[in-house]
Ligand binder design. Structure first.
Ligand SMILES: Cc1cc2nc3c(=O)[nH]c(=O)nc-3n(C[C@H](O)[C@H](O)[C@H](O)COP(=O)(O)OP(=O)(O)OC[C@H]3O[C@@H](n4cnc5c(N)ncnc54)[C@H](O)[C@@H]3O)c2cc1C
Length: 284
């Protein structure tokens, strides 16, 4: 199918983008990489009257790193993470995760921010942002606000962004000394969306876990942080026995969705496997 008729604008400045959002609100859509929006328009699942293309706003294309973490501008493509963007476990983990997103050409266009704004529950970046406690910066003509990731996702394809707001920046906390990470995803074919995935980050001191982050994605209407299980990991050595216990508790604690791709029971088993493998990688 072809999209419904729409007007296309390609502003040259951020202030112009914000003015257009304020003017058209629910009648417009931001076009970033177009890798989710354009298919949705072709299927007429999205029918924006005005398409605001932000690809000329080069000031939104950046990754900055300092002691507090990583700041990712709205035009940063998935492919920017093919190479490690920061030394240490955070950069290595982001590279591994990026290689699981779609296919090479899609990664050249699609953006980190577009994935979060689109809020697909099977998005790898949504899992990363949720598990690592990202902060989201949104701008409008009314000003700027920072949204904690826990308040950002409202459910499948739904976020806290107002119709006149542009997601301008994502902030990820640093993973410094002692942190190790693990990521596991299962999809039917390379490049498909995940049927289930897990991300683990553990900070060790003398072999003991002092901080833990654990999340699962692709099984619910949004990525889930398993905070109770994180607390269980702290103070222990993340032994194989402990990892088995945590994987079983993850299995018991989720209520996965079922669809044409997998039953809830299948996804629940996948959660246990993904959590076990992600934790084992982080603890290795
Ligand atoms: C075949 C195929 C396979 C795919 N597989 C995967 C996969 O395995 N994992 C995965 O995560 N994704 C996958 N994707 C989706 C892809 O990663 C998209 O790039 C991503 O979901 C959206 O990013 P985008 O920049 O293309 O956004 P767009 O398609 O341009 O926009 C998506 C939505 O977000 C809004 N938006 C975009 N940027 C902003 C912003 N800065 N502020 C406010 N709103 C904004 C748009 O208005 C639109 O509603 C796949 C896509 C295809 C076509």
């Amino acid at each position: 199918m072809k999209p419904a008729p729409f007007d296309y604008v390609r502003p040259a400045s951020l202030s112009e983008v914000l003015a257009l959002l304020a003017k058209h609100k629910d009648d417009c859509k931001i076009l970033a990489g177009g890798q989710s929006l354009v298919p949705a328009m072709n299927f007429r699942l999205a029918r924006p009257a005005v398409l605001i293309d932000i690809n000329d706003i080069r000031e939104l294309d950046y990754i900055r790193s300092d002691d507090s973490g990583l700041t990712i501008g709205a035009l940063t493509r998935h492919a920017a993470f093919h190479r490690s963007v920061v030394a240490g476990p955070l950069g290595a983990m982001l590279s591994k995760v990026a290689s699981n997103i779609a296919h090479y050409p899609i990664r050249q266009r699609g953006t980190f921010a577009g994935s979060l704004a689109h809020a697909d529950p099977a998005s790898e970046w949504c899992l990363v942002a949720t598990t690592l406690d990202a902060a989201i910066v949104a701008k409008s003509t009314r000003g700027e606000r920072t949204i904690a990731i826990g308040d950002f996702f409202n459910g499948t394809f739904s976020t806290d962004l107002e119709a006149d707001e542009l997601l301008t920046e994502i902030r990820l906390p640093a993973l410094g000394q002692g942190w190790r990470t693990g990521f596991y995803e299962f999809s039917r074919r390379a490049g498909d969306f995940a049927l289930g995935m897990a991300l683990a980050a553990l900070r060790f001191e003398a072999g003991i876990v002092r901080e833990a982050r654990l999340g699962v994605g692709g099984v619910s209407d949004r990525a889930i942080r398993l905070r109770k299980l994180e607390a269980r990991l702290v103070g222990g050595a993340a032994s194989p026995q402990m990892i088995d216990t945590i994987a079983h508790e993850a299995w018991a604690s989720v209520s996965p969705i079922g669809d044409i791709h997998a039953t809830p029971e299948y996804r629940r088993d996948l959660v246990a496997t993904a959590v076990r493998r992600a934790l084992a990688e982080a603890a290795a």
